[in-house]
Ligand binder design. Structure first.
Ligand code: CP
Ligand code: NVA
Length: 307
């Protein structure tokens, strides 16, 4: 395993499969792993709000016998009170791993460069690897075989979408992405993911029409229209993204039994209707639960003794 988890791009298919195999074991046998990270401490530096990421890492660490310290934005005041380099070097003398949730992706890269301990990307403006790993794990759990899966992402080509592009490509899932013009995923991610997908005879298709993107899909996924840090754009985005809502009319165009996914937090009535969120097809809260199981596997791989 690599020292850090910054991007899914850095993981091989075999490493992802290893993480999933360990996740399955962890989910089925909580007690067996209750001491694997005894004496270890994880620092969580968050420059943005969080429910799932913070709680799942903290509880996960506790369930593995370790400890965690949450550092709110004003405490470390990253890059203002102290440079990222000095924070990384100092924390490396105390803790065994660092999770960083930040705005600029280069902050995660810089933290990893100067930290002697593993650094995990807990979301940046560019990517959200822990989320995408938990998402593909959830799809695998529900559909078993990923061999012939078509995944439709509908909405903003944002951080979550970027990570899903790599996660789907690496695990051999066909991906359709539908977004309004001007809100496409990162160009480099798209071309990188396309190469990985094509090498496995899989496809990444882009659409500006959500109806076309979900046709024949096994999974429909969406995320908020305005991400953290884009609050000022929320009003205008609400108009631009209107045709990209996941509602029951759109769901009917996909395969029967299509899985509905959302990384959460969700805005019911905007990117997804409450009806679809609560429908039998929705695996949204299983997906949220799996954040913890997958991250426990990541923590063991990065912080455990036999890494
Ligand atoms: N999905 C996700 O990362 O949720 P939080 O922002 O609540 O951590
Ligand atoms: N795209 C969202 C994901 C939240 C988990 C954001 O960055 O706010």
């Amino acid at each position: 395993m690599n020292k850090n988890l910054i991007s899914i791009k850095d993981l091989s298919k075999a490493q992802i499969q290893d993480i999933f195999a360990l996740t399955e074991e962890l989910k089925g046998n909580k007690n067996k792993f209750s001491k694997v990270l005894a004496g270890k401490t994880l620092a969580l530096i968050f420059q943005k709000p969080s429910n799932r990421t913070r709680v799942s890492f903290e509880v996960g660490m506790y369930q593995l016998g370790g400890n965690s310290i949450y550092l709110a934005p004003h405490e470390i005041n990253l890059g203002v009170r102290e440079s990222i380099e000095d924070v990384a070097k100092t924390l490396s003398r105390y803790v065994d791993g660092i999770v960083l949730r930040t705005f600029e992706h280069k902050n995660v890269v810089e933290m990893a460069k100067y930290a002697a301990v593993p650094v995990i990307n807990g979301l940046s403006d560019f990517s959200h690897p822990c989320q995408a790993l938990a998402d593909v794990y959830t799809i695998k759990e529900k559909l078993k075989d990923l061999g012939n899966v078509t995944f439709a992402y509908v909405g903003d080509g944002n951080n979550v979408c970027n990570s899903l592009l790599y996660a789907c490509a690496k695990t051999g899932i066909n991906m359709n992405v539908a977004f309004p013009k001007g809100y496409e995923p990162d160009k480099e991610v798209l071309s990188g993911a396309k190469k990985i997908a094509e090498a496995q005879n899989k496809k990444i298709n882009l659409f500006h029409d959500s109806a076309k993107a979900v046709q024949g899909a096994d999974v429909i996924y969406t995320d908020v229209w305005a991400s953290m840090g884009q609050e000022k754009e929320a009003k205008i985005r609400k108009k631009i993204f209107q045709a990209f809502q996941i509602n029951s009319k759109l769901v009917k165009l996909a395969k029967k039994g299509v899985l509905i996914m959302h990384c959460l937090p969700a805005h019911r009535g905007q990117e997804i209707t409450g009806e679809v969120m609560e429908s039998a097809n929705s695996v949204i809260f299983d997906q949220a639960e799996n954040r913890m199981h997958v991250q426990k596997a990541i923590l063991i791989k990065l912080l455990g003794e036999d890494k």
